[in-house]
Design a protein around this ligand. Structure first.
Ligand code: ZN
Length: 65
């Protein structure tokens, strides 16, 4: 997934339908994943004009099916 694709997904996903995985960004800002709930790959959100990604941490993500 490119940064553009990630930004597009976050922009078109409503907060209610987003994954909302919490993440401490550089600078101690708490951000939440704004990709679609149930997405594959890394978590991500928009940070200004840039895309921010992080890996799921074991035990903090969704429960395995
Ligand atoms: Zn996520």
């Amino acid at each position: 997934m490119t940064d553009d694709e990630l930004l597009l997904e976050t922009d078109y996903t409503s907060y209610a339908n987003s994954c909302r995985d919490p993440h401490i960004a550089p600078g101690d800002d708490l951000v939440e994943c704004r990709r679609q709930r149930g997405h594959d790959d890394t978590h991500g959100t928009r940070a200004g004009a840039r895309a921010l990604r992080w890996l799921a941490q074991q035990g903090l993500g969704p429960l395995p099916a």
